[in-house]
Design a binder for this molecule. Structure first.
Ligand code: 13P
Length: 249
């Protein structure tokens, strides 16, 4: 069955020392957490250092973004191969901040996803509607479009390496999480999308995380919602105490 994954997206936070100390504290804790997988997504410049802290531990390392091209004249970009080289196994793609602050569209996200798979990185495809879209009853249309576009060209067997993260934009960093019911509805819907696009096997085995104001005091309820296989945590992942208590839940 699907093993839960608790993932910490540090976004553009912490300094070198803070990153190392947080990774050390999560590592110590995760070594005793046998029921869940744990992953950390530090800023690019600390990946190398955090990789050393996590070496030989059960905690997976991931990047928050990457370039869709393998190498070349792309000033300021980081390739999938570079991420592999410093020890990343995972990469977040299409995070709402990439889509909405930096204008990344579905086609670019899809190219990144294929580039990640080709280079041996396992992608976490992020999808989610804005408040305007939810209020206009367009949630399903938006997450279906983002999911199908992001997975363009993939075969069912590729899906064993893909995780999906449902992150409603209105719940990110706002303190206003989706209710368990809202999360459960979208997760169930997304499983239907996967069944239609691939097959039931893919729908039942693909991990779908929830993200958006996950905290120690709402994680249990969210994890109990149908089809929620873990969490992608922002703010509450920046302190060892709160992220570790999310791992325990
Ligand atoms: P918050 O947990 O801070 O709302 O962020 C969620 C998120 O965007 C994780 O990727």
């Amino acid at each position: 069955m699907r093993r839960p994954l608790m993932a910490g997206n540090w976004k553009m936070n912490l300094d070198r020392r803070g990153a190392v100390e947080l990774a050390q504290a999560v590592r110590r804790h995760a070594e005793h957490a046998s029921k869940v997988d744990v992953a950390l997504f530090p800023p690019f410049v600390y990946l190398d250092e955090v990789a050393k802290v996590l070496a030989g531990s059960p905690v997976a390392l991931g990047a928050q973004n990457m370039c869709d091209e393998p190498s070349g004249a792309f000033t300021g970009e980081i390739s999938a191969a570079m991420l592999r080289d410093v020890g990343c196994r995972l990469v977040l793609l299409g995070h709402s901040e990439r889509r909405h602050v930096y204008g990344e569209g579905d086609a670019l996200v899809a190219r990144k996803l294929r580039a990640a798979l080709a280079a041996g990185l396992d992608p976490v495809l992020c999808v989610g509607e804005t408040l305007t879209e939810r209020d206009a009853n367009r949630t399903e249309e938006v997450v279906r479009r983002q999911t199908l576009a992001g997975l363009e060209g993939l075969e069912p067997r590729d899906m064993s390496r893909v995780t999906i993260a449902y992150e409603p934009v209105w719940a990110i960093g706002t303190g206003r999480n989706a209710t368990a019911r809202q999360a459960g509805e979208v997760h169930t819907f997304l499983r239907g999308v996967l069944a239609g696009r691939f097959d039931d096997g893919v729908a039942q085995t693909t991990r779908i995380l929830y993200g958006g104001s996950v905290k120690p005091d709402n994680i249990r309820e969210l994890m109990a919602a149908p089809g929620v296989d873990g969490a992608l945590v922002g703010g509450a992942a920046l302190k060892a105490a709160s992220f570790n208590s999310i791992i325990d839940a």
